[in-house]
Design a binder for this molecule. Sequence first.
Ligand code: 2AM
Length: 478
Amino acid sequence: MPEELATIGLTGLAVMGRNLARNIARHGHRIAVHNRTASRTTALIEEFGSEGDFVGSESLAGFVAAIERPRAIIVMVKAGEATDAVIDELVPLLDQGDIVVDAGNAHFVDTVRREQALAERGLHFVGAGVSGGEEGALHGPSIMVGGSDLAYERLGPILEGIAAQVDGTPCCTHVGPGGAGHFVKMVHNGIEYADMQLIAESYDLLRSVAGLSPEEIAGVFRDWNDGDLESFLIEITADVLTHTDPDGTPFVDVVRDAAEQKGTGRWTVQSALDLGVPVTGIAEATFARSLSGHTEQRAAARQVFTTDPEPVDLGDRAAFVDDVRAALYASKVVAYAQGFDQMAAGSREHEWGVDLGAMATIWRGGCIIRAQFLDRIREAYAEEPDLTTLLTAEYFAGAVNEGAGAWRRVVALAARAGVPTPAFSSSLAYFDGLRRERLPAALIQVLRDDFGAHTYQRVDREGTFHTDWAGDRSEKEI
Ligand code: 2AM
């Protein structure tokens, strides 16, 4: 056993775990490292041992013994059964007050279950969402930490140190107890789905309607990245669109157009349905990925529906490009407003006390959706912590109002040109739904009362009513 104990331990040394361990070591922490297959541990120390103070162990028992108490042990294995397997092996080796951190992409429901199970044995379980991919793990991710205050006291100084920093503020915070960290990481990923779908729709419109080449579209995205839309995803879109295959074909044209998903978008939508929060942007983005994968149905539909819409008159191309920018921005505001609504609803439901402004703050750097935009969200919540919806915060309301005309023109033109813009269109519909004086929901209430006696309320007086539709149509107060 080494003389000096390690400050923290990490087990699971595939690329994310390895990079996170290196990041921790580079920040001067003595770190115990372990992997089921010991060769990964040896490889890490051989290749990167000089970067910091690593203590490698072949056995899990040796690894646990090498960490100072209360122990902080990060588990970075594939989410699901592997996490449970590692926890089951670890728990008998631990002492009261030790902390197990799951830094994988767990479903927050599993995190809640694991936290309760470990709490019964006097152990802290921390579900930590880590965003930023492999590069982020190494150079500074955004970290969303769940679990107890006591656990955060031990972990916070280390994790805040290795996280991305924006204006001197770490992109890491204690989100709340239980599954709070993994819940907000899930919504973060859902928002990422919406963000990418909106970018993809913009690209499609610029290419299919405005007739720009991928190279030219890269230029448009580069320009956009100098303004309000500045973000990591816009930046890498500009970059990948300039890439070509060896024969000069735009790279985007040689990749199969069937988008994949690992499940966080689906989880976000499932949770939103349970919470009753309309995350239409995220849902459309998730469904658009599913649609793209239904290759047989797509082939069948292409054979049957061969008539193209009549060509549309684009008018001024530069003006259209600018309209797409405004529509993208307005739709993005909606997607984020919806995602933040979901976090508020999840926090209320589970009594997590999530500080929405703090989420915007830690997403400014390190993570995939990092953007200037998030600083605006942070400011909006700083000004008004109980904001009903981000859409009505002064800055966002202004941006949406300014872009509304362009948004409508783009969605209408896309419909006429037969270019699918599910995220643009549903975001506009959501916006109009919110701002409408009267919604046709009144008719739905009447129909429900007719076929199912589900009752309704009236605009002109208090109470719950039912009309005898099958009989004399008299109204009764219930
Ligand atoms: P391995 O190198 O031994 O396969 C990503 O798959 C990481 O999770 C790897 O470090 C892998 O270890 C680890 N892992 C996957 N399933 C595991 C399990 N059941 N127990 C321990 N580690 C596991």
